[in-house]
Design a protein around this ligand. Structure first.
Ligand code: NAD
Length: 496
């Protein structure tokens, strides 16, 4: 059976340490194994990154950017293979994988602007013959730890920008679907990146903990679930590292009585069930304002869901694929059952879908639950499955209060035709990324991505302008070149 190894100092490396099965979630079969790095292997990668750092730090930004231009071309040329690897291990349908890859490539395009991004700030004559400027220097060896649900895009939120800023990088992808990530890193190598600048370590807690505690690693970017994000942030910070840790979500859509209901339903279907709901920006709760809106929404959703098809990644007619593991399938099904037990109304039940030819796959069908309340377990938790829950409220204020009181604050959306209501909503809602008639308001690569509350630990969001700040440290230099023979007298006053 294939064992997926690590990429250290430009070479694939297998340390014969522990391994873990990698499943094809559509067949339910373990088709590969992934190596789980030992502490010693991670230290080998850190040493390689440390050694590559001085030369890479001194490589002009334009030359670093040129590697990214070539990398972008290679990503586009190899898009089909990348999407296939994602489909085989994650299960998402090829058109969805292509969208994820495209959003990743946009981060590479942003990183291609390195010379402009790193230009710094300059002030002439801040005092007599004195100039001052700020420059943005790299940190050194930095690490990224990423989740299973975007094996191509989320790593590319991190390493292209970190690397063009002059850092060297160690990526610890998800052990559940590691092949596309490793292949992408090999393409970066092929694009001309010097050995050791980009390293990939596959592994689990042992690998992560080594990265978190090793003093040579200066910063850690993390994306994953909230309990782990909290642990990563606390441990990395306690070890003196800069850290940004993006966590889980529960994204609500408010459906106002004046919304274009057909449009809202179309948007909700894609945003709730696309990628089996395994997106941190998935809309998992629809808050209907008024019973009329609630009834219309549920009826139209029910109709729209009749034609949905769940199945294997390579069939483009399928709308979404399986969830990632058997354990996750059980968890999603458990939340649906608990909502029913706690008094909600199950309108469309996806617990036992029939997927011909894939009877052992980890499939959950699209599920719609009405009359959910804030006290239910299924409402409090991030289900991360193809489940849309409907909560009915009387007013927009009540809907906003519900959202503001939830522990997560990643994304949200309002469907309305009322500009005043939309403006009030975007101004007062306690959420980091807001859509107005836009269901998945994932910021483009030249903005930054970050939630509020327990969806992000740290001060800076991911990628875009915040990414540049995260992967650099400011140095401010003040300079005077006295004319030959001119001497300043002694002064004890604070310079002004
Ligand atoms: P996860 O937290 O289980 O794993 C994320 C990473 O942490 C993986 O690389 C994993 O190996 C590592 N990890 C897991 N347990 C660990 C432990 N005990 N100690 C150290 N490291 C550990 O997340 P997941 O299931 O892979 O991904 C889904 C989650 O990620 C969801 O909660 C989703 O909302 C979240 N997510 C958030 C964003 C965002 O931008 N906020 C984006 C994508 C996914």
């Amino acid at each position: 059976m294939t064992i997926i190894g690590h990429l250290i100092n430009g070479e694939i490396y297998n340390d014969n340490n522990r391994t873990q099965d990698v499943f094809n979630p559509a067949t339910g079969k373990a088709e590969k194994k992934v190596a789980l790095a030992s502490k010693a292997t991670v230290e080998k990668a850190i040493a390689a990154a440390q050694e590559a750092y001085p030369a890479w730090r001194n490589t002009p930004p334009i030359k670093r950017a040129r590697v990214m231009f070539r990398f972008k071309e290679l990503l586009e040329q190899n898009a089909d293979k990348i999407c296939q690897l994602i489909g085989q291990e994650h299960g998402k349908i090829s058109h969805d994988a292509a969208g994820e890859l495209q959003r990743g490539i946009e981060n590479v395009e942003f990183a291609c602007g390195a010379p402009e991004l790193l230009k710094g700030e300059h002030s002439k004559n801040v005092g007599p013959n004195i100039d001052s400027w700020s420059e943005f220097q790299p940190l050194g060896v930095v690490a990224g730890i990423t989740p299973f649900n975007f094996p191509a895009m989320v790593p590319m939120w991190m390493f292209p920008l970190a690397i063009v800023c002059g850092n060297t990088f160690i990526l610890k992808p998800s052990e559940r679907d590691p092949s596309s990530t490793l292949f992408i890193a090999q393409l970066l190598q092929e694009a001309g990146l010097p050995d050791g600048v980009m390293n990939v370590i596959n592994g689990d807690k042992e690998a992560v903990d080594t990265l978190l505690t090793d003093q040579r690693v200066k910063a850690v970017s993390f994306v994953g679930s909230t309990p782990i994000a909290e642990y990563i942030y606390a441990t990395a910070s306690a070890n003196g590292k800069r850290c940004q840790a993006l966590g889980g979500a529960k994204n609500h859509a408010i459906v106002m009585p004046d919304a274009d209901m057909d449009n809202a339903v179309n948007q909700l279907v894609g945003a709730a069930f696309g990628s089996s709901g395994e997106r941190c920006m998935a809309l998992s709760v629809a808050v209907a304002v008024g019973n009329e809106a609630g009834d219309a929404l549920v009826e139209k959703m029910q109709q729209a869901m009749k034609g949905l098809s769940v199945g294997e990644y390579s069939n483009a007619n399928n709308d979404f694929g399986p969830v990632i593991t058997q354990a996750h399938q059980d968890k999603v099904v458990g939340y649906i059952s608990s909502a029913v037990e706690q008094g909600a109304t199950l309108v469309v039940d996806g617990r036992n879908p029939t997927v011909e030819g894939y009877e052992n796959g980890f499939f959950v069908g699209a599920t719609l639950i009405d009359n959910v309340t804030a006290s239910m377990d299924s409402y409090k938790a991030e289900i991360f499955g193809p489940v849309l829950q409907v909560i009915r409220v009387k007013t927009m204020e009540e809907a906003m209060q519900l959202i503001n009181e939830h522990e997560y604050g990643n994304g949200t959306c309002i469907f309305t035709r009322d500009g005043e209501a939309a403006r009030y909503f975007s101004d007062h809602i306690e959420v980091g990324m807001v859509g107005i008639n836009v269901p998945l308001p994932v910021p483009v690569a030249y903005h930054s991505f970050g939630g509020w509350k327990r969806s992000l630990f740290g001060d800076l969001s991911a990628y875009g302008p915040d990414g540049v700040k995260f992967y650099t440290k400011r140095k401010t230099i003040t300079q005077r070149w006295p004319s030959s023979g001119v001497r300043e007298g002694v002064s004890f006053a604070f310079p002004s």
